[in-house]
Design a binder for this molecule. Structure first.
Ligand code: GDP
Ligand code: GDP
Length: 453
């Protein structure tokens, strides 16, 4: 269920993060980058009375000459506001109205999001009210005197704020494809991300994920939104903020878990290593779609056969992900980086595709007629009654059989490969659930299904 989003807006140093810390459940704020070019938007959960919401700190809005938004900052603020149900505009009560406040207020007045004007640093009850009163001038309605540090005034603000939050059922789920970029250190994950962003004018903003160990970048492309979960981006700050253990395989595992499609990056010079195989295994265990990206292709000596032989070699070392598409790119030169998006789209589509029960059973019938289930020593044969796709993401097919123990691994692999061959599902794992069922139940079930149709 999506939570309504409350955007905190204001100049640097007015106390935005202090306020977020006070309102949010947990105190572990994600530390900001320096103001300017790219910065993180941080989402934190908060609640007041019976309403839950997320607070997003947009970072300081800065201006080139005190009155003009820097274009990039404006874009980011727009993006933050676009998804927000309510905005809190924070100003500094001790400093009074600045040109920057006026510029933000003017901009906010043109937006359709309900805005609350929080006059911060009003810890003195007597002075607070008169400090706050000055801000009526901004034309944003009643100023709320508050103190982020001491907490006074925040209750009144929140009381009014939650009345403006939309009912839960009206909040649209954000429709985006979650993509994790994983690979060993130095394979070029950050370079790839940068190459992407460089070529994507419509970047919305780098966003900090809900967990502090992955930085998400949201990009828009052909009307679709991709959340790139980067396991490398944070590295630049690692020695300062986080311990080194943070950057090991566990971060990659977490990113895989949050993703729908995994961009599995391999270094063309090193080829597939043991660590790569571990990562690939995890992708399958977690049932995520996958695109294999062989990076640094520019650095490989090539003749006309190399791509083919190279691909064969990678595939033989990663035979267990033979369903994944592979692309050879160079993050350095940008070559083919754009094409990755198409492969992500394909994989994401297959990942959530559903096939009908009749198609599944056609495949099953055909498969069984070529190669029937084995008979055990007691002369009992495995029997598959029918199959049906029970879920997607990844596509999962339940097979109802007389006794799962009668189906050895090699026969299971055979059925799996038949599904793969006939149903496609390129780019995603297929899961098979072998379920034991009494013949009578199956009949009953079939009748029920037939009457429903
Ligand atoms: P941000 O840049 O808008 O996120 O501002 P910060 O939350 O980092 O706060 C900027 C400065 O204002 C810090 O030195 C805070 O200690 C101070 N500050 C924040 N809230 C209050 C407050 O309610 N009263 C006073 N007096 N100072 C505050
Ligand atoms: P990460 O640790 O996976 O994020 O890797 P980086 O993006 O930091 O890249 C590691 C090193 O590989 C850097 O020195 C990059 O310049 C280099 N690199 C990244 N992509 C390419 C590429 O496509 N070709 C070449 N030749 N070098 C690359």
């Amino acid at each position: 269920m999506a939570l309504p989003i409350v955007a905190i807006i204001g100049r640097p140093n007015v106390g935005k993060s202090t306020i977020v810390n006070r309102l949010a459940e947990t105190k572990d704020a994600i530390v900001h980058d320096q103001p300017g070019i790219t910065r993180d938007r941080t989402y934190r959960n908060a609640y007041w009375q019976d309403r839950e919401f997320q607070i997003v700190d947009t970072g300081g809005l800065i201006f080139d000459d005190e009155t003009e938004f820097l274009p990039l900052i404006r874009e980011q603020a727009m993006a933050a506001l676009a998804e927000a149900s309510v905005a809190i505009f924070v100003v500094d009560g001790q400093q009074g109205i600045t040109g920057g406040d006026e510029a933000i207020a003017q901009w906010l007045r043109q937006q359709s999001v309900p805005t609350f004007l929080a006059v911060n640093k009003c810890e003195s009850l007597t002075e607070g009210l008169s400090q706050a009163a000055m801000f009526w001038e901004l034309g944003l309605g009643e100023p709320y005197p508050i103190s982020g540090i001491h907490g006074n005034g925040t209750g009144e603000l929140l009381d009014d704020l939650i009345t403006r939050l939309p009912p839960i059922e009206e909040i649209p789920e954000i429709n985006e494809i979650k993509v994790a970029i994983v690979g060993r250190p130095n394979v070029g994950k950050s370079s790839l991300l940068n190459a992407f962003i460089g070529q994507n004018r419509a970047i919305v903003s780098p966003i900090s994920g809900t967990t502090r160990d992955a930085i998400d970048t949201v990009v828009e492309r052909n009307g679709k939104t991709y959340r790139l979960i980067d396991t490398a981006g944070i590295r630049k700050k690692k020695n300062v903020e986080y311990g080194a253990e943070f950057f090991g395989i566990n971060r990659a595992f977490k990113a895989i878990r949050r993703a729908e499609v995994v961009l599995f990056v391999i270094d063309a010079i090193d080829g597939v290593t043991e660590q790569d195989q571990k990562l690939a295994n995890r992708i399958i265990e977690d049932g995520r779609a996958c695109v294999i990206v062989v990076n640094k292709w520019d650095a490989v000596e090539k003749d006309s056969y190399t791509i083919y032989t190279y691909e064969q070699e990678v595939r033989s070392r990663l035979y267990f992900v033979d369903w994944a598409e592979m692309i050879f790119v160079s993050a350095l030169t940008g070559k083919r980086v754009e094409k990755i998006i198409d492969l992500i789209d394909n994989a994401a589509n297959e990942y959530e595709r559903r096939v009908t029960t009749s198609v599944i059973n056609e495949v099953l019938e055909e498969a069984i007629s070529w190669n029937s289930p084995p008979t055990n020593r007691q002369g009992r044969q495995g029997k598959i009654y029918y199959g049906t796709q029970v879920t997607s993401k990844p596509p999962t097919i339940a097979l109802f059989v007389n006794d799962p123990k009668r189906f050895p691994d090699n026969y299971r692999r055979y059925i799996q490969s038949q599904f793969r061959q006939h149903l496609g599902f390129k780019g995603t794992p297929i899961r098979l659930l072998w379920r034991g069922k009494k013949a009578r139940e199956v009949e009953q079930n079939t009748v029920n299904r037939a009457t429903r149709v």
